[in-house]
Design a binder for this molecule. Structure first.
Ligand code: F6R
Length: 607
C-alpha cells in the first residue's frame, strides 16, 4: 500500500530516493517523506500531497550518500506533514519508514510515553522508531532485533541511524521488502519498480528476516540472529514497461496493451498437437488434475470478478463445480476444506492481504492453493503451492485493466486443460484454441473504436448514477464495468444481472440514470432485450454493447458499441474493453486524476 525505498551508495541518495518514490507513487499518494544522511546527521523532509510537493521542498543542493523514503496511504491519522513518514526518535538521529499496521501500538505508545518518549504523530508507525530508540546503544541491527518481537501486526520497515552512516536495516513481517544489488550500491524497496532503473538483481525477503545493507554488501539473518542464505533473482521487468511511453495516463497505456498482454498470457501454453493447454507451474500430476472434483477461487476487487468468470468457465467447459468467493469473507468464515477440491488465489499484485491471509488459512487447513499472479516473487506467488503467472507486465494505474483480461486468459487455458482430460473432444479443443487465439485481434478492433467511446463518454459523464447489466458469463463483466466507472470517475454505479433489475433496482430508473447493457448474441439475448424494453418503458437511457450487425438493438437503445462476433463463452474479453474505455473517458471528461483516484492505492496490504 505504502511505498518504501532505501539507498546507500556513491550516487546522490536524495535524487535516487525521490526518483524511486515517483515510481512507487501508485502505491500511495497522500503524503511522502525522506530522511537522508547529510553532514553527520539526518535531514528529514516530509510533505502532504504528491511526490512533486515533496520534491519542491527539497533543497537542490541536498547531498547525501544514504537514506530512506516513503509514500503514504493513510491508515492511522489524517493526511498531513506530521503523520507522513519517516518518523524520527527523540534524538532526531534515528528514522524509520513503515508499511503495514501495528496492532498493539496503543499499549506500546503508553509504555514508551511513560518512559519519557515524546510522540508527534497520530500514526501507529511512530511506536516503531521509539521502540528501536529504547534498545539502541551503538548497534542499529541489534536494537531492531530487540524491538521487533514486541510488535504485533504487519510490517515492512527500513531504518537508518546518523551514528551508522551508510548502513540501512530492513525487516519484514507480512509486508513486502525486496533488496536490489548494484555495483557498490544497495537498495531496499517495497517493490522492484523503485529499483529497476538501477539494477536487475534482487533478493526477496521472507517474513521474519532482517537485512543489513551497506554499499559493499548485505547480511540477512532471522530474529534469533541466525544467518540466512538468500538466492539472488533476476528482475524480468524492463524500465520502459513502467513508463508512460507517450500516453497521458498509465491506464490508457495498459488498456491499449491488452492485445499484447493477452497474447503473452496464452503464449507457449497451447499444445496444438493435443488440442489442449499446458500450464507448467501448477505442480499437479495428470492424476491430481483428473481427481479434481471442485474448484474454489478466492480474490478481491477486479481479480474477484475475473475469478467469477473463471468459475463460470470451469462449470461450463470441463463441467467442474466451481465458485469464486471474496477472500476477505473466506478467511473469517472458518472455511471447510473438502476432499479433491483445488483452490486458486487470484491476484495481480500478489500482495493483497485479504487474499494472502485467506490463502494461509486455507493452507493451514490442508488445502492445496495455487496462485494466479502477475508480480513475480510476490508474497502470494511465493507462499502458494504452485501457480501460473499471467505475465501482464507491470500494472501501474490504480484501476486494474490488463490484469483482468490476462487472469481470465489463464482460466480459459485451465478450463481447456481440464476439459480435454474429460469430455471435450479433439476437434472441440481445436475450435476452442482458435477462438482464444483470435481474441487479441478482436480486442484490437475494439480499441480502434475508442474515439467513438470517447464521444459517448462525453455525453454521459455528467450523470450521477449508472447501472451496468449483464448475464451469464458476462454478469461479472457488468460488475467490473461498474467498479471501473466508480473508482476512477466517482460516478455512482451498480452492477447487476439484468434479470435482477425487476427485483428492485428498476426503481432507480429515470431519465437521468442510464443503464449499460451487455448484449451478446447468446441464448439469453431475447431475455436481455425484454429487460432493455422494461427500462425504456420507464424513460431510462440505454447504452448497449452488442455484436456487429445487431440491427434490432439499434432501434431500441440510445447508443451502441458494436463488438466483433465470437463464440458465446469468449465474450467477457470483448465486453470488458468498451467498459474500461468508457470509465477512462468519463474520468477524463470530469478531469479526474485517472491513475491515482482519490482514497485508493494499488496493492492493498492492509485488511
Ligand atoms: C480495481 C482494483 C482492485 C484490485 C483489488 C485486488 O481496479 O484494482 O479492486 O483488483 O484490490 O488486487 P490484486 O489483484 O492485486 O489482489
Amino acid at each position: 500500500m505504502c511505498g518504501i525505498i532505501g539507498y546507500c551508495g556513491p550516487k546522490n541518495a536524495t535524487k535516487v530516493i525521490v526518483q524511486g518514490l515517483r515510481r512507487l507513487e501508485y502505491r500511495g499518494y497522500d503524503s511522502a517523506g525522506i530522511a537522508v544522511g547529510s553532514n553527520g546527521s539526518l535531514k528529514v523532509i516530509k510533505s502532504k500531497g504528491k511526490i512533486k510537493d515533496l520534491h519542491n521542498k527539497i533543497p537542490e543542493d541536498l547531498e547525501s550518500t544514504y537514506g530512506i523514503g516513503h509514500t503514504r496511504w493513510a491508515t492511522h491519522g489524517v493526511v498531513n506533514d506530521i503523520n507522513a513518514h519517516p518518523h524520527v526518535d527523540c534524538t532526531g538521529d534515528l528514522a524509520v519508514v513503515h508499511n503495514g499496521i501495528i496492532e498493539n501500538f496503543e499499549s506500546l505508545k503508553n509504555m514508551l510515553k511513560a518512559e519519557g518518549h515524546t510522540f508527534h504523530s497520530e500514526t501507529d508507525s511512530e511506536v516503531i522508531v521509539h521502540l528501536i530508540e529504547k534498545y539502541f546503544k551503538d548497534d542499529l541491527e541489534k536494537a531492531v532485533k530487540e524491538a521487533l518481537p514486541l510488535l504485533k501486526g504487519t510490517f515492512g520497515i527500513v531504518c537508518v541511524h546518523a551514528k551508522e552512516p551508510g548502513t540501512i536495516v530492513g525487516a519484514r513481517n507480512g509486508s513486502p521488502l525486496v533488496m536490489g544489488i548494484g555495483l557498490d550500491e544497495m537498495f531496499l524497496a517495497s517493490d522492484v519498480t523503485a529499483i529497476i532503473a538501477h539494477t536487475k538483481q534482487a533478493v526477496y525477503l521472507e517474513d521474519g528476516e532482517i537485512v543489513v545493507i551497506k554499499p559493499d554488501g548485505f547480511v540477512t539473518t532471522d530474529i534469533d540472529d541466525r544467518q540466512v542464505t538468500k538466492e539472488i533473482e533476476q528482475i524480468t521487468w524492463e524500465l520502459q514497461e513502467i513508463e508512460k511511453n507517450g500516453h497521458p495516463f498509465f491506464m490508457e497505456k495498459e488498456i491499449i496493451e491488452q492485445p499484447e498482454s493477452i497474447r503473452r498470457a496464452i503464449s507457449g501454453r497451447i499444445d496444438k498437437d493435443q488440442a489442449t493447454a499446458h500450464l507448467g507451474g501448477l505442480n499437479l500430476s495428470t492424476k491430481d488434475l483428473t481427481n479434481i472434483e471442485r474448484v474454489k477461487i478466492i480474490a478481491a476487487g477486479t481479480s474477484y470478478y475475473a475469478s467469477m468468470v473463471g468459475a463460470y468457465l470451469l462449470e461450463a467447459i470441463p463441467r467442474i463445480p466451481a465458485i469464486a468467493e471474496l477472500a476477505s469473507e473466506v478467511r473469517y468464515r472458518n472455511p471447510i476444506i473438502e476432499k479433491n477440491t483445488l483452490y486458486f488465489a487470484v491476484t495481480q499484485s500478489g500482495e493483497t492481504v485479504d487474499t494472502l491471509y485467506a490463502m494461509k488459512e486455507l493452507k493451514r487447513k490442508g488445502a492445496t492453493v495455487l496462485g494466479i499472479c502477475n508480480v513475480v516473487g510476490s508474497s502470494i506467488a511465493r507462499d502458494s503451492d504452485g501457480g501460473v503467472y499471467i505475465h501482464s507486465g507491470p500494472e501501474i494505474a490504480v484501476a486494474s485493466t490488463k490484469a483482468f483480461t490476462s487472469q481470465i486468459s489463464v482460466f480459459y487455458l485451465f478450463s481447456l486443460l481440464l476439459a480435454r482430460m474429460r469430455d471435450l473432444s479433439f476437434s472441440e479443443g481445436e475450435k476452442f484454441i482458435q477462438d482464444l487465439q483470435s481474441i487479441p485481434f478482436k480486442v484490437e478492433k475494439i480499441l480502434d473504436m475508442r474515439l467513438k467511446i470517447k464521444e459517448m463518454a462525453k455525453k454521459y459523464a455528467h450523470c450521477s448514477d449508472f447501472l451496468f447489466l449483464g448475464r451469464g458469463v458476462n454478469y461479472p463483466v457488468a460488475l467490473e464495468g461498474a467498479l471501473k466507472l466508480k473508482e476512477i470517475s466517482y460516478i455512482h454505479a451498480e452492477g447487476y444481472s439484468s434479470a435482477e433489475i425487476k427485483h428492485g433496482p428498476i426503481a432507480l430508473i429515470n431519465e437521468d440514470t442510464p443503464s449499460l447493457f451487455l448484449v451478446p448474441d447468446d441464448d439469453l439475448r431475447g431475455k436481455i432485450i425484454s429487460n432493455i424494453k422494461e427500462v425504456k418503458a420507464r424513460k431510462g437511457k440505454v447504452i448497449a454493447i452488442c455484436v456487429e450487425g445487431d440491427e434490432e438493438i439499434k432501434d431500441i437503445v440510445d447508443d451502441i458499441v458494436e463488438i466483433p462476433k465470437t463464440t458465446e463463452l469468449f465474450y467477457p474479453f470483448l465486453m470488458v474493453i468498451p467498459l474500461q474505455l468508457f470509465a477512462y473517458y468519463c474520468a477524463l471528461e470530469l478531469g479526474r486524476d485517472v491513475d491515482q483516484p482519490r482514497n485508493l492505492a494499488k496493492s492493498v496490504t492492509v485488511e
